[in-house]
Write a new protein. Sequence first.
Length: 202
Amino acid sequence: MIWRYPDKPMEVTPDYLESLGDEWFGNVKLNGWRCVVIRDRGEFRAYTRHHTRLATALRRDDDFDPELLEVMRTLPFPDQSMIDGEWLGRRDVKVIPGESYWMFDILYLDGKWLGNEPLRSRFGMLWDIMVAAPEPPHPRRIGIVPMILGDMTALWKAQADNPLSEGIVAKRLDSTLIGDLSRSQKNPDWVKCVQEGGWSID
């Protein structure tokens, strides 16, 4: 199939988080490599936001280490699915031994493009897949990024001491991925705040 995906993924708009209301939820912005994971024909492939294979970026033969790949295969993602998330490994090995992948969006499910679905629906699909796993996924290898609905200051305080976090990304619950997919774009429904001694703009 032809994967419908922007040359660069949707990007966040720098902003303050204090004024965001209940129609927003926030997730921790992990300090890893953003990449999409594709499951197709029973195999998993990962690409960075610059459309480079993760294995190429890491200068090795495989996108994932054997332990992470084994855990990913336990999740009931159908073929022709695409997940957006953050890969952690190598430089983070002192904090989390090995590699891990933390999901925050699903772009395709069973060959269906989900970009016109509101974020609340896409996120629900992602959770349904995690819950449907025959066994709970390894909590240090794969998961959904920590998040909170509404109160961003609580999430900010909770993540402040996390050595793998660089701040918060907040997204409007009814936001979609519709737009000009031929270029990278800032999405006003996605905003972020990064840690630099308090509320700050990146």
